[in-house]
Design a protein around this ligand. Structure first.
Ligand code: F6R
Length: 241
């Protein structure tokens, strides 16, 4: 694992965006695996800024998002499809038909997961996967458990994740209790992985992810086994290391 140190969130976002820009320059028709949440917002802001200056071209890029809440419509302002539209897709020259997010409205969970795995498989593989890190070590919505889940699956969100995500909703009761998420195997198959981690509240879990034992109880610890992971973290997030 490589650690790329940043002074603060602004610098972290610029560094992560630079890694994505390098990927798009080297392979204009690349497949980007994308994340939502607060950590990558600054990264997307930088990419939009560079796009407007003519410094990055998304016209041949395809994207596959990690996860989506079950039961939210794409136009619900808390859905991850909506998040991607407002933070990135609506502001750059990406062909939206090449952007994939799990179908949160598919009531048949098995079908939703099967369909998403087929999309991932058909893409030929993610070139660069961007990840955030949950307070309990989750990546995507792969919550701590007794095993590493392989493919896309439907998860019951843990109280810790519901609590962390309630800030985006009117109340905790409004946070969906389930989500569809890409599995750990699919994440690990990405050629390159970039994890953005910011803030003191992530310092303890980041230390466990990087230096602790590899265990499904800390899902992101599996990244120690991946040959090309860059953790872009700010000083606060690195304060326990
Ligand atoms: C979102 C996702 C989640 C978040 C994680 C951290 O697509 O996959 O794993 O990356 O919950 O969220 P923030 O960045 O809001 O702390």
């Amino acid at each position: 694992m490589k650690i790329c140190r940043a002074k603060d969130y602004k610098e972290l976002s610029r560094k992560a965006a630079n890694l994505i820009r390098a990927q798009v320059v080297m392979k204009p028709d690349c497949i980007l695996g994308l994340a939502t949440g607060s950590s990558p917002v600054g990264t997307y802001e930088k990419l939009v800024e560079w796009y407007k200056k003519g410094d990055i071209d998304f016209s041949r890029v395809s994207t596959i998002n990690l996860d989506e809440y079950r039961g939210l419509t794409p136009d619900n302002d808390q859905s991850y499809r909506y998040f991607m539209n407002i933070h990135l897709f609506d502001h750059v020259n990406i062909d939206k038909s090449r952007t994939s997010v799990p179908d949160g409205l598919e009531p048949d969970a098995e079908k939703a997961c099967r369909d998403y795995d087929a999309i991932i498989e058909k893409s030929g593989g993610v070139d660069l996967q961007l990840l955030g890190l949950g307070h309990n070590g989750h990546i995507g919505f792969n919550e701590p458990s007794d095993e590493f889940p392989c493919g896309t699956h439907c998860v019951d969100l843990t109280p810790s994740t519901i609590n962390a995500n309630k800030r985006f909703f009117a109340s905790e009761a409004d946070v969906p209790r389930q989500a569809y998420t890409m599995g750990i195997r699919s994440i690990m198959l990405a050629k390159k992985i970039v994890v953005v981690v910011s803030g003191k509240d992530k310092a303890e879990i980041l230390q466990k992810v990087v230096c602790g034992p590899i265990t499904p109880q800390v899902p992101a610890s599996v990244l120690q086994l991946h040959p090309d992971v860059t953790i872009v973290a700010d000083e606060e997030a690195l304060s326990c290391m």
